[in-house]
Design a protein around this ligand. Structure first.
Ligand code: SF4
Length: 225
């Protein structure tokens, strides 16, 4: 695949673009929220670890029975690794995921009194937890604003010219933090994910039916997709 040209971003223009697309996306996707079903922070943490390279729909199918079996960090920490692997197998990459879940839960017990920690640096100390997973948990289980840069957010940020760092989730997260008001960080990511799933899909964005096409530099320009 040909290398993409280096993109120059005018930060003020990107900020103005966020301002104008925000109400439109909010109105278009009033249902936008975390798609991973969970009843508490631990369940969300596990579901997010399982969602790597797997669809949210598949994770929700698996966790429906999984969370009846494993109810606490201790249940995961005490379970034989092979058993966890079997139980999560259909989400893919199950050797790594099972090991990460077991070790993360052991640490939650030893260092955090059995409760999922609420601080970014503490979450990052758990096995299998990077900034993306930590932001999902902080934003959706603890109400702490955070921007989650998944594949949709990377792609839409590139098409909407919101950042020059759309190949690097961590750099993109910090760029978006500068142009999106903090109170909107969590919902802004959900809105981009919903828009990416519904209209601005990877292979064939439906620019003709896109409610923010008027403000999108990549509208009907395949060379900018
Ligand atoms: S106009 Fe096209 S490229 Fe831009 S956000 Fe809408 S669907 Fe995506």
């Amino acid at each position: 695949m040909a290398e993409r040209a280096v993109v120059k971003i005018d930060k003020q223009k990107a900020k103005d673009r966020v301002k104008v697309i925000w109400p439109i996306l909010k109105k278009t996707y009033p249902q936008a929220k975390c798609a991973l079903e969970h009843g508490n922070p631990l369940e969300l943490l596990i579901a997010t670890i399982l969602s790597a390279q797997c669809t949210d729909v598949r994770v929700n199918i698996v966790t429906k029975t999984l969370f009846k079996k494993y109810k606490s960090a201790k249940d995961w920490a005490d379970a034989p690794l092979g058993q966890i692997e079997q139980d999560i197998k259909s989400t893919g990459f199950y050797h790594n995921k099972a090991l990460n879940i077991k070790k993360a839960c052991q640490k939650i017990i030893s260092d955090f009194k059995g409760k999922v920690p609420e601080m970014m640096d503490e979450l990052l100390s758990l096995n299998g937890v990077g900034r993306k997973t930590a932001n999902v948990v902080l934003g959706n289980a603890f109400g702490v604003q955070g921007i989650v840069c998944d594949t949709h957010v990377l792609r839409l940020s590139r098409r909407l010219r919101l950042s020059a760092n759309t190949n690097d989730a961590v750099k993109l997260e910090f760029d978006l933090m500068e142009i999106v008001p903090k109170k909107n960080w969590t919902l802004f990511s959900h809105l981009l994910v919903f828009h990416g799933r519904n209209i601005c899909q990877a292979r064939k964005p439906d620019c003709g039916n896109c409610p923010i096409a008027k403000y999108c530099p990549a509208a009907n320009k395949p060379e900018l997709w």
